[in-house]
Design a protein around this ligand. Sequence first.
Ligand code: XIL
Length: 385
Amino acid sequence: MKLRLAVVGAAGVLVMSAGAAAASTSHGSNDSLRSLGAKIGLRIGTAVNANKLNSDAKYTEIVADQFSTVTPENVMKWDAIEPTQGTLNFGPADQLVTFAKQHDQLVRGHTLLWHNQLPGWLTAGVGGGTIDNTQLKAILKKHITDEVTHFKGKIWQWDVANEFFANAWDPHPLADGINGDDFWVQHLGEGIVADAFRWAHAADPHALLFYNDFNIAGEDGTNAKADAVLAFAVKLKHAGVPIDGIGDQGHLDTQFGFSGTAMTQDLQRYADNGFKVALTEVDVRTFIETTDANQTPTDQLSTFAQPYEYSQMLKACLAVRSCISFTVWGFDDADSWVPGFFVGEGYADIYDVNLNPKPAYTDLQQDLQLAAHGAQHRTGSGAHS
Ligand code: XIL
């Protein structure tokens, strides 16, 4: 017989029955996203702004209470790790790793090979001709080896390579869909992606190694990018390259529409080909009143579309057994990257600018509650009860 440990109180709050554990533990309060996800083995994560951690008590409390995996938003990127050539700065990332351990969280390492946020000395050296391609490859190998070795045993999933595939608007895709204009591809050829996975695996054989990108789970309408990523990943796997998973970033914008069904099918397709999958950078942006610090949407319907798209993404992940984590790219609008990168847009996160939960939070929580507990069996629904 199944023991019922919890009953839903009058206010809709989970109340523990006598003898059960206290409501709040270091593993998150009972109705937190992380606790609900834990019941089905799904990690719920957030990108973390290292400057806010431990300096903002409410922010820090939410990271600890709601999430079971964390991703450094910036502090593991190459420009943060090696701002001066040969001088490695692991301090801020180490702090996050320590925090995660204290709070029983796993870490997604982000990211080893990307065209953005490279150190100035590297891009200047390549541009100015003082770093040739042979040297560049050696420098990259050292970077990946040093960083993965430093964090060996402490990283659950590494985003080894990030954003290599061309979008419909990129002018020079290669035959297999890789972006021919990518910095790394231009200098070292597309084989560098496989090299990165091999180097990362050699440095930490137990970390799960992911390829990470956006618009690779049906979001672009054509699915061309998803097809290309799948074919490429399968080719790597068959060649013996140590690639374990595919991460779809999940950066959505309410103006473009979205199909949860397409996302589910694409995630399932990666899974059917032997890959773990993860939603790695989920947020849903919309147009906002830019003069208003609260990031109020210009169109009231966005306040429904925004949580809907969050919920659809979570359900896509829930539907696919190999989807092992669902990570939001920051949880509060005040710290979101969106207003700085997309003119006139915001309201992208699940907490508002004052760190209070928004409808998107409540929808994720409800979805996880149903996934974790199921719906109660109806009573009195038959003709004769
Ligand atoms: C963003 C961060 O959120 C910003 O703080 C930073 O200035 C730029 O990068 N895809 C990725 C992330 O893989 O690393 C990016 O993060 C957002 C898009």
